[in-house]
Design a binder for this molecule. Structure first.
Ligand SMILES: NC(=O)c1ccc[n+]([C@@H]2O[C@H](COP(=O)([O-])OP(=O)(O)OC[C@H]3O[C@@H](n4cnc5c(N)ncnc54)[C@H](OP(=O)(O)O)[C@@H]3O)[C@@H](O)[C@H]2O)c1
Length: 225
C-alpha cells in the first residue's frame, strides 16, 4: 500500500481509479483542476501549464509527503477533434501539454521519491493500435509522444528499478468517449464498452505486480458479447 499520485481524477476513468485505489488501501493524491471536490487530498493544477506544476507540487513537499510517492498514474487527457487544416497552434500546445508534457514534468518532480521506492509510473494512452486517424492528429500525435516518453523513461530509469507501464484501453464508457463518438458521427453504446471500474481494477492490478515482474504494456479490450 503506497502513496499514489493520480491525474485526471475528476474524469470518468480517473474517478473510478481513485475509488479502486482507496479501496485497495492506497493513499491517493489527485493532481488537477477542481480536485477539491474529491474525497482524497487534492493538488490544484492546470496540466495545460506544465511550468506551474513545480510550484503546485510544493504543497506536497511542504507537507513532507512528496518524498513518499510510490506511483504516478497519468490519466488526464484531452481529445480535440479537427483536421490539421483547422487546428490552431493553441490546440496543439494544449493537447501536447495536458497529454504528454505535464506527465513528463510530474515524473521529473517525483523521480527522487520514485527512485527511492523503486516505484511505478503508469500512463493511460489511447486505444490499442490507434494511429493515423483523420481529424484526430493532435490527439493521436500526443499519445504517440506519450508512448515514446514511456519507452524512453523505462530505459533511463531501469537502473533505479522504476517500472513504467503504458495502458491502452479500448472504448471505455465515459462522457469523453460519448463526445468523441458524436463528433465522428459514430454510435455510442456504453453497455458494449469497457466499464471505467473494470479498467480501474486492471490498473490497480498492474500496480500490485510481484517484485520480480510487471506488465510494461497493457492493452484492454471489451469482451465480445
Ligand atoms: N474513454 C475512452 O474510451 C478512452 C479510451 C482510450 C484512452 N482514454 C484515455 O483515458 C484518459 C481518461 O479518459 P476519460 O474518458 O476518463 O476522459 P474524461 O472523463 O474527459 O477525463 C479527463 C480528465 O483529464 C482532466 N484534464 C483535462 N484537461 C486538464 C487540464 N488542463 N488540467 C488538469 N486536468 C485536466 C480532466 O479534468 P477536468 O475535470 O478538470 O476537465 C479529467 O479529470 C485520457 O487520457 C484518454 O485519452 C480514454
Amino acid at each position: 500500500m503506497g502513496h499514489v499520485l493520480v491525474t485526471g481524477a475528476t474524469g470518468g476513468i480517473g474517478m473510478a481509479l481513485v475509488s479502486a485505489l482507496v479501496e485497495a488501501g492506497h493513499r491517493v493524491t489527485a493532481v488537477g483542476r477542481d480536485v477539491a471536490r474529491l474525497d482524497v487530498r487534492g493538488i490544484e493544477a492546470d496540466l495545460a501549464e506544465p511550468g506551474t506544476l513545480a510550484t503546485a507540487m510544493g504543497v506536497l513537499q511542504d507537507a513532507g509527503e512528496l518524498g513518499d510517492v510510490q506511483a504516478l498514474v497519468h490519466c488526464a487527457g484531452i481529445s480535440p477533434i479537427g483536421a490539421v487544416a483547422d487546428a490552431d497552434p493553441e490546440t496543439w500546445r494544449r493537447t501536447l501539454a495536458v497529454n504528454v508534457a505535464s506527465a513528463a514534468e510530474l515524473v521529473r518532480l517525483t523521480l527522487p521519491a520514485l527512485r527511492r521506492s523503486r516505484g511505478h509510473v503508469i500512463f493511460v494512452n489511447a486505444s490499442p493500435g490507434m494511429t493515423g486517424v483523420p481529424r484526430w492528429s493532435a490527439f493521436v500525435g500526443s499519445k504517440a509522444a506519450l508512448r515514446e516518453l514511456a519507452d524512453s523513461l523505462r530505459e533511463e530509469e531501469a537502473a533505479h528499478g522504476i517500472r513504467v507501464t503504458t495502458v491502452y484501453p479500448a472504448a471505455t464508457a465515459t462522457d469523453l468517449l460519448g463526445e468523441v463518438r458524436r463528433a465522428f458521427g459514430r454510435p455510442y453504446d456504453p453497455e458494449s464498452c469497457i466499464q471505467p471500474e473494470t479498467l480501474a481494477a486492471m490498473i490497480v492490478w498492474a500496480l500490485s505486480a510481484p517484485a520480480d515482474a510487471y506488465a510494461c504494456e497493457l492493452s484492454v479490450l471489451p469482451t465480445p458479447r
